[in-house]
Design a protein around this ligand. Sequence first.
Ligand code: KIV
Ligand code: NA
Length: 275
Amino acid sequence: MKTTAQFLMMKQQREKIVMVTAYDYPGARFSEDAGVDMILVGDSLGMVVLGYESTMRVTVDDMIHHSKAVRRGAPQTFIVVDMPFGSYHGDVNDTLKTAVRMMQETNANAVKVEGAGDIVPVIKKLTDAGIPVVAHLGLLPQSAGVLGGYKVQGKTAEQAEQLIQDALEVEQAGACAIVLECIPHQLTAVVSEKLTIPTIGIGAGAEADGQVLVFHDLLHFGKHHMPKFVHSFAQVGDEIERGIKGYTDAVKAGTFPTLAHSFTMKEEELNELYG
Ligand code: KIV
Ligand code: NA
C-alpha cells in the first residue's frame, strides 16, 4: 500500500497519481487489480449507486457501509473516504469523533472534506489527531445548492486568487492532498506549482499531479448524465443492457436453461420415485 509520503514523492518525480472512486467489493477489486494508486469512496455514491439527485442525502452510516465493502475488495490500496454533507460542520470535537469512527470502522487511510474557510480548522484538528485529510476545492458538490448548480469555478482572476489562497491554507492546515474539481486548467497549473502536496484533478485539466474519475462515469456504467470532463474508457452500460435483455429474451423463448444448465437424476432413482 502506498503512503502519503510516497504520494509526495510521486509529485516531486512527476509521476502521475491515479485515483478512482469505488463503492463496493467488485469495484474495489477491479480497481486494485488495475493498479490504481488510491481509491476514493466518494459521496457521489448517492447519485451513481443509491439513485439520489445529489450527495446531500448520503449519511455517515452509508459511507461506512460502502467503505467496509471497498476495503474488503482492496486490502492493499490507499483508501480515502468522503465525509458526507453536514458531518463536519458542527462542533469540531464532534467532527473528530465522527472521523475517528469512520476511520476505525472502515480501516480507511484518510478522509476527505470539501472547502476552505471554516473547514481549515477542521483539517488541522483531524490532522493533529493523526487522521490524514484530503482537501477538495473548486466545485464543491455538497454546496451545489449555494453555488447555483454544478458550474466551473475559479474562472475570474478574483475567484482564482481566492482558490490559490484557499489551497495554501488547507496545505498549511495539514492536508495530505487536494482534489481540484471543475476549474480552468491554467489555475490547476498554478495551484499545483505552488503546493508541495499533490493535486488530484477532476475536470481540472492535465496539469494536476493526479487524476480522479467516478467509476461509473469512466466505464459508462449507468444511465446518468456524464459531465463534459468525463471520458468513458469502456461501455459497461451497453454490455449490461445486452446481457439482461439476452437473459430475459431467452427465458421468455424457453431457450434458457438447457439440459447443460440442469441437474439430472439417475434413471433407476426416477423409476423408484414413480414406483
Ligand atoms: O464523491 C466523489 O466522487 C468525489 C470526486 C468527484 C472527487 O468527491
Ligand atoms: Na465527493
